[in-house]
Design a protein around this ligand. Structure first.
Ligand code: SF4
Length: 580
């Protein structure tokens, strides 16, 4: 058994002159790594019980959060250890037990990754989906269990997790003593070295700033890289060479799958967030995700205290004969004082416009309105204030459309893509009986299974094999539109869409010039880490663009975005498409 790599991990904050004192999360990881590596299995179990007892004591509403996991069992395998952890759920109570690897236990799903990866996930420092796409996190079995667990954990928030995973008091005391001795040693022996390093870092920082400055000058002088571009719109041409300043700020609109994600998005610089209730009234109805009435009330207070807005998606189509859940969602959102409703169903638009005429109504992408006449109709009939554009328009088409409609335009800037048949796709319903249009979920996790077959990851949706990923190949979620199929006489290929991620960062200036008011980030189903990363990256890009700088001057930011892409690949989507 090899020692966990975590023991040799470098501290997060290298700037501190007392590295041990400033790394509580690292210290927790260190403690648990040591304990898991050195202790015999029977002694690990009491630690597990302490963690679970704390979780139950300190998390309000835990029972409700864990409800989708009732009766499920999951095996978590840190790859460096010869023990794994059986996590099971009964009546809203979790149980955690250490087991030898290979123990004959029937489980619903298995997770395997390095100990380092699991600690990063627990501390909200990495995105589970991105780790899964890159195959650093291996998943086997029932995806609904994994998704429900991810969402429940993600909703806890970083402070709480640090609290729950802090070492038990006697060990904590011991660690504090060790830390204090270590700090004294560091001060005497290492401090002079750290000071020298700090000076060098400062010199390197100045050099980097000069290099960035030179890059900016070079970029502004250089021809724009049109050679890479198959189709370049007139809007794009007009805006690539002359970045503008002093323009109206564009709204950065972030996904909030959980209350913790809402707070993270706002702290990272989002102007507004969008979210849904915990039911089929919104198009991301996944287990463990979304907001209760109380969650929304608290989220609104957090956002409004900071001058940010909250939009509520009630964007599925109401069930015939059972409109009540949708009406109730509208009433609750209005009563709590949300800033806008996002809707597609004309019955719901009519209800909201008559009952709450002063509450902003945004037409969801799910409505699939794709012509000025269609949008004008919604404006005249239901007084919509904003249109969320389907992801099918070029930059020029957006500019033309904006000239013809008297309302705000919101476009997607980053996130997962589908073949642009918003609100009309029945593929998921065909395979599973549930679709995003009526039930709020495409390819529901309870119909998804992953199996590792000798290094090949096979993904299934219901009875259909959707994809096979060779070892090392980036993986994706099995939606039917992103499956690989074998056409007659051909080889397996993506017939509709590849699993890839829209990244329209390079069109920020062009979209602004086309009259776009709001940039929407897709991904309420993704982790809190994803939300924080994408929001802070786009905050940096928007600020740079507003200051007249080209986004190419922020290569680190573009690289961070790339790491979060579904399937590990990015696309510019329809913004510069040459087909219709
Ligand atoms: S199958 Fe694809 S196109 Fe259809 S709803 Fe799901 S993601 Fe969208």
């Amino acid at each position: 058994m090899s020692a966990p790599s975590l023991l040799f991990r470098s501290p997060v904050s290298s700037a501190s002159s007392s590295p041990f004192g400033a790394m509580s999360a690292e210290r927790q990881d260190l403690f648990f790594s040591l304990a898991l590596t050195a202790l015999p299995r029977p002694m690990i179990n009491p630690l597990c019980q302490i963690v679970i007892a704390r979780l139950e004591r300190r998390v309000p509403g835990l029972k409700q959060r864990l409800q989708p996991l009732d009766g499920k069992k999951l095996f978590v395998q840190p790859e460096e250890l010869d023990v794994g952890f059986l996590l099971s759920f009964r009546n809203g109570h979790p149980e955690l037990n250490a087991l030898a690897v290979g123990s004959p236990v029937k489980v619903d799903a298995k997770l395997a990754a390095s100990l380092d990866t699991f600690f990063d996930l627990l501390h909200g420092k990495s995105d589970g989906d991105a780790l899964f796409f890159s195959r650093d996190l291996k998943v086997d079995g029932d995806m609904a269990v994994v998704v429900a667990l991810r969402n429940a954990m993600d909703g806890l928030g970083e402070d709480l997790l640090s609290d729950i995973f802090s070492p038990p008091a006697p060990f904590n005391h011991l660690l504090n003593r060790v830390s204090s001795v270590a700090n004294r040693c560091v001060d005497r022996v290492v401090a002079p070295f750290l000071q020298k390093t700090a000076r060098l870092e400062s010199d390197i920082g100045s050099m980097r700033a000069e290099i960035d400055q030179l890059r900016r000058h070079q970029y502004q002088k250089a021809q724009p890289p049109f050679s890479k571009v198959e189709v370049v719109s007139s809007v794009e041409k007009n805006n690539r060479t002359s970045p503008k300043v002093d323009q109206k700020p564009i709204e950065l609109l972030a996904p909030a799958g959980t209350p913790a994600a809402l707070r993270s998005a706002i702290d990272a610089g989002a102007n507004a967030v969008y979210l849904g209730f915990r039911d089929e009234t919104n198009a991301r109805n996944y287990p463990g995700l979304n907001f209760s009435r109380d969650d929304l009330k608290e989220g609104l207070a957090y956002a409004h205290e900071r001058g940010r807005r909250v939009h509520v998606a009630i964007n599925t189509y109401a069930a015939a004969g059972n409109m009540q859940p949708w009406y109730k969602a509208i009433d609750t959102a209005a009563e709590l004082g949300v800033d806008a409703l996002i809707m597609a169903d004309i019955g719901l638009l009519s209800y909201a416009s008559k009952r709450y005429p002063d509450l902003s109504r945004h037409l969801s992408v799910q409505a699939g309105a794709s012509t000025p006449a269609a949008i004008q109709f919604y404006y005249e009939m239901f007084g919509i204030n904003r249109m969320v554009l389907p992801r099918m328009f070029t930059l020029d088409e957006i500019a033309i459309l904006k000239e013809k409609v008297p309302i705000e335009i919101e476009t997607f800037i980053f996130g997962s893509l589908s073949p642009m048949s918003e609100g009309r796709c029945a593929l998921s319903a065909y395979a599973t009986g549930r679709s995003p249009n009526l039930c709020g979920v495409c390819s529901p996790a309870e119909h998804v299974r992953y199996e590792n077959r000798e290094g090949v990851l096979v993904s299934q949706l219901g009875d259909f094999v959707i994809n096979r990923f060779e070892e090392g190949e980036a993986a994706g979620y099995p939606t039917l539109c992103k499956g690989r199929y074998i056409p007659e006489g051909g080889d397996a290929c993506y017939l509709f869409e590849k699993p890839e991620c829209l990244n329209a960062a390079e069109y920020i200036a062009s979209l602004r010039a086309a009259g776009v008011t709001s940039f929407k980030i897709e991904g309420r189903q993704r982790s809190r880490f994803y939300t924080t990363e994408v929001v802070s990256c786009f905050r940096a890009l928007l600020d740079a663009e507003a200051a007249g700088e080209a986004i190419e001057t922020l290569p680190d930011v573009l690289e961070r975005l790339h790491k979060l892409a579904e399937g590990g690949e990015e696309t510019r989507g329809a913004y510069r498409k040459g087909w219709r």
